[in-house]
Design a protein around this ligand. Structure first.
Ligand code: AMP
Length: 402
């Protein structure tokens, strides 16, 4: 029998998240996270198949190679070692695939070189993703390593949505265009929403709102992305936990010329000290809602700005799509924060949008509709599963090439 397990790796600058799945029944055999790689207090948290006891290790883990070896030891302790013949492939999340990578891709030297060439447009993410791939490749050189790109789903955007209105030669020289991110989630959620409506992805138009600590919206027409809110980098678009989202680019000139801030300082300001945290000191929506309920002014204004931006994108993508079948909320805030969902669609009844208060406050892990039964446009809560999507795409690719 051919192997059916896929290991999914998501390498951050100082972290490594992993999941081992069996694609016969999509069961999660193990999940885990290594944090603070490179520090003395690195920590591994390993969760075996459901019901098993979580295991934790705190010890210095020097780099990603050491982290993956530690992960391999934990998996081996559960009888799931990386040397197992049942392992079909390793799927890697790669944040930036540029214009070239429109599909999941089996990694070879040329692919690695191209991911490396994209480092200038993804300086925080692509180096860590590359390290993860190289480490896994060294450990199992015989195994297909598949890169699944956050940008791939958005490569179907028309030029009218993907281009910034700046000098074309300068844009082309520096590969400046709107790439979009969270694509794996937007792909998964838009398809799951079609399924929830009992339709094929080709037959529905969906606005996906991925609201986590990072946040992005996308307009999906018949299964293909036609616009998304993140751009050259994941800074553009919605108000996020710590990122500003859309601002007038002249704010940057002003801060440099008048505020005498360096480019690095402005970068940190917009990426780390803006968004909800910049507005009210908290980036966790639970805490912000608690403060709103207590009448806290800064938290209330932060919430209102967050919702105002969200509404603008719903309206914009409604206009881009013309006809909308459903709006899907996903990720940490989208899946859990009923007040955000209610506020985002409040007052949009003339667009056929409404939320049923009772349905909206029901909690659950399954995709569900929260709009009234007779709603013209359905509102859905669809939990995202980027790891399952990466595993599915990885497995489909290696299975087809067998
Ligand atoms: P993610 O990036 O998708 O993991 O989302 C993380 C964010 O989800 C956190 O920063 C919180 O703001 C938010 N979140 C998680 N659980 C809840 C909840 N029960 N209610 C409101 N927001 C939540």
């Amino acid at each position: 029998m051919s192997p059916t397990r896929v290991l999914v790796l998501n390498s951050g600058s100082s972290s490594l998240k992993y999941q081992l799945l069996d694609m016969r029944d999509r069961a999660r055999l193990a999940t885990g996270l290594v944090e603070r790689i490179g520090e003395r207090t690195s920590r591994l948290r390993h969760t075996p198949r459901s019901g098993g006891t979580v295991r934790e290790r705190t010890e210095p883990i020097a780099d990603h190679a050491a982290a993956l070896k530690t992960v391999a030891e934990e998996l081996a302790a559960d009888g799931l070692g990386l040397d197992s013949p049942e392992l079909a492939a390793i799927g890697h999340r790669v944040v930036h695939g540029g214009k070239l990578f429109t599909e999941p891709t089996v990694v070879d030297d040329a692919v690695l070189a191209e991911i490396e060439r994209l480092i200038p447009v993804a300086p925080l993410h692509n180096p860590a993703n590359l390290t993860g791939i190289r480490t896994a490749r060294a450990l199992r050189p015989d195994l297909p390593q598949v890169a699944v790109f956050d940008t791939a789903f958005h490569t179907t955007m028309p030029e009218s949505a993907a281009r910034y209105a700046i000098d074309v030669r300068t844009a082309d020289e520096h590969r400046i265009r709107r790439y979009g991110f969270h694509g794996t989630s937007h792909a998964y959620v838009s398809r799951a929403t079609a399924r929830l409506l009992g339709k094929a992805p080709e037959d529905v138009n969906v606005i996906v709102l991925h609201l986590g600590n990072g946040a992005s919206a996308s307009a999906v027409r018949g299964g293909r992305c036609v616009d998304t809110s993140m751009g050259l980098t994941p800074l553009e678009g919605l108000v996020m936990g710590t990122r500003s989202g859309d601002i007038d680019p002249a704010v940057i000139f002003h801060l440099a010329r008048v505020g005498k801030m360096s480019i690095d300082e402005i970068d940190t300001l917009l990426n780390k000290r803006s968004g909800l945290v910049g507005l009210c000191g908290d980036n966790d929506m639970r805490e912000i809602r608690r403060r709103v309920d207590e009448g806290d002014e800064a938290a209330t204004l932060a919430f209102e700005i967050y919702i105002h931006r969200l509404k603008k994108y719903i309206g914009a993508y409604y206009a881009v799509l013309g006809t909308v079948d459903a709006i899907a909320f996903t990720a940490g805030v989208g899946e859990n924060a009923a007040p955000v969902r209610a506020a985002a669609v409040a007052g949009l009844e003339t667009l056929g949008l409404a939320v049923d208060d009772a349905l909206n406050t029901v909690r659950g892990d399954a995709p569900r509709l929260i709009s009234p039964a007779d709603a013209r446009v359905k509102v859905a809560v669809v939990p995202t599963d980027e790891e399952l999507e990466i595993a599915t795409q990885t497995y489909a690719l290696v299975e087809n090439s067998n």
